[in-house]
Design a protein around this ligand. Structure first.
Ligand SMILES: NC(=O)c1ccc[n+]([C@@H]2O[C@H](COP(=O)([O-])OP(=O)(O)OC[C@H]3O[C@@H](n4cnc5c(N)ncnc54)[C@H](OP(=O)(O)O)[C@@H]3O)[C@@H](O)[C@H]2O)c1
Length: 252
């Protein structure tokens, strides 16, 4: 993109988000934190939410966000409490989630439930908690993931199912909540803290081996995925779409 086109694109996003109230669940790390920083840079009033209150408060202060909330999204009553005084929401982004791994035949069922609780049921409960405070022309961005299309044999079947369910939920909500817009971000491998949380000491070896097989020979960055979130928020003609931001990893 040349400088003029970049400036025009930047102005378009800024004019869409200027003064708008953005609420990002999962805004305290990785993709969500980057989206929060970019939305704030475009003039939005950003509130970030995570399960760790101290972290949310510290990040909010560090980055000059408008506010922060803390709730475990698997707990409806905690969501209700956190959003009781939320005010008008123009752009809602739901990215909260962990890498829920475990094989169907031997993993703890309560653990596997988290894949759906953190995603499908969290989205339902957050939408109900915001209720009438969700602007009539709001955008909602949900999270899916490459696993929705391409699961593997290593204990991700339930997470893949939950990710695919988010895409179906998003399409349904785009009709049910119209004229609000609802889109789904489907990231391929993005280098965020989720990898170390899931893999611990195995993270570096996994990344090194994964890079070899990817078309761009690298993982995506949180900023690249965060920019895709901001695009879905700002572009008024994006609706009911699944946006792959994966460096082409779905092709190999
Ligand atoms: N990175 C990838 O390659 C990739 C690929 C496909 C899909 N995704 C999905 O994209 C989303 C963001 O991932 P990321 O890579 O940015 O991960 P991340 O850096 O680990 O960030 C996860 C965020 O979700 C919040 N969160 C997790 N569980 C929560 C819970 N039960 N209640 C409330 N907040 C919770 C975390 O806050 P706390 O720490 O305070 O709980 C944090 O803000 C996740 O849903 C992930 O599954 C990521």
């Amino acid at each position: 993109m040349n400088e003029i086109a970049a400036a025009v694109a930047g102005q378009y996003i800024t004019s869409s988000l200027q003064g708008k109230n953005v609420l990002i669940f999962g805004g305290t790390s990785g993709i969500g934190l980057s989206a929060a920083i970019q939305a704030k840079a475009a003039g939005a009033n950003v509130t970030v939410a995570g399960s760790d209150a101290a972290r949310a408060e510290a990040l909010s202060k560090e980055h000059g966000f408008s506010g922060w909330r803390a709730a475990d999204v698997t707990k409806p009553e905690a969501i209700d409490a956190a959003l009781s005084n939320i005010g008008k929401v123009d752009h809602l982004v739901l990215l909260a989630g962990s890498f829920v791994a475990g094989k169907v035949l031997d993993a703890d069922i309560a653990h596997l439930h988290r894949a759906f609780d953190e995603r499908v049921w969290a989205a339902v409960h957050v939408l109900r908690a915001i209720g009438e405070n969700l602007a009539g022309d709001a955008s909602i961005t949900l999270i899916s993931g490459a696993l929705a299309d391409r699961p593997n044999a290593y204990g991700v079947a339930v997470l893949a199912a939950a990710s695919a369910a988010m895409e179906a939920l998003g399409r349904g909500l785009a009709l049910e909540l119209a004229p609000r817009r609802v889109n789904i971000l489907s990231p391929g491998p993005i280098d965020t803290p989720i990898l170390a949380k899931a893999l611990g000491d195995g993270r570096d070896a996994y990344v090194a081996s994964l890079k070899q097989s990817l078309p761009l020979h690298r993982l995506g960055t949180a900023d690249e995925a965060g920019a895709a979130v901001v695009f879905l928020m700002a572009n008024g003609w994006m609706n009911g779409a699944v946006l792959n931001v994966d460096g082409g990893s779905r092709l190999v």
